[in-house]
Design a protein around this ligand. Sequence first.
Ligand SMILES: Cc1ncc(COP(=O)(O)O)c(C=O)c1O
Length: 353
Amino acid sequence: MHFGSDNVVGASPKVIDAIVAANGGAMASYGDDDLAKGVEKQLGDIFETDVSVLLMATGTAANGLALACMTPAWGEIFCHHDAHVMTDECGGPEQWTGGAKITPLPGVGGKLTPDVLKAALEAPRRGIHSVKPASLSLTNLTECGTAYTPDETKALTAIAKHHGLGVHLDGARFTNALVGAKATPAELTWKSGVDVLCLGATKNGALAAEAIIFFDKALAETAHYRRMRGGHLLSKGRLLSSQFKGWLADDHWLTLARTANAAAARLAAGIRQQNAMRLAWPVNGNELFIVMPESTEQKLLAQGFKFYRWRHEAVADGEKPTGDEVLCRFVCSWQTTDAMVDQFLAAASKASA
Ligand SMILES: Cc1ncc(COP(=O)(O)O)c(C=O)c1O
């Protein structure tokens, strides 16, 4: 049973059906197909504003390209020190921007706070000897499974805007944050000061499809050249646009995320009943971080349950693993069932008895 990530499962049949439906006949190539235009229009309707959309095959390329549109080579990108762009993209943003510097900032539970961002932006600089602050990169759902509210986002973007920064939102799990929030897609993004969203579909039921959504359309001006030059413009663009068509139709994207979040909530409720385990952070989406004894972790892994040991720099003091405890990440997907969750909980309770 795999709780390793939400990308260990395949694509939703509705997405596959949409790819198959788009397979027949001739269509304009290089992203000019009518399906792509339809997706851009639909995303504009969902986000309640006019947007420029570029479809991509990976979240890493989407993040790098989006950041490059607001960050010169001599620019500085601020993000949480656990951000995917900081820790997991092999220097992709640095490559896409031509060498910009990423400055990681601390924050409990994957979230930045206004005081930390403000201090970083007001720290003394040495003119042209220092890199120039250019962008703020946030992640929602965060890498710790928590979610920024619109007010929390606004507080950060107001500081960023005051200092002339562009704001990028890594939304690899944006839909999980959205369905868990009492807010609209617009409120979680441009109405809270986000300029560009990388909306991930892959982890939430697509095969490989991400959308860079420019709310500030001026920022998209160079994006098409960057995507072509970076080798990320698919000639048969229908592969990406059809996935989005199937994913968005009839709110399927929301249904998939609700299923994953419900499984995570069930798992979290079960963990709260266990004496030997606890949650490191609130569960706002489909990711959980569980503190457990190493001996329990080893027994569960030996039984074939799959999940990852996690780094824990961002754990608040009260929740930090102590003694022989470890921090483990569990991710539920749109395919995780109640039966799977219950089977894991039964095994966890036996393993820690
Ligand atoms: C928060 C976040 N952003 C971006 C990505 C990158 O996505 P991809 O693996 O498609 O490049 C991931 C993937 O794990 C992620 O978790």
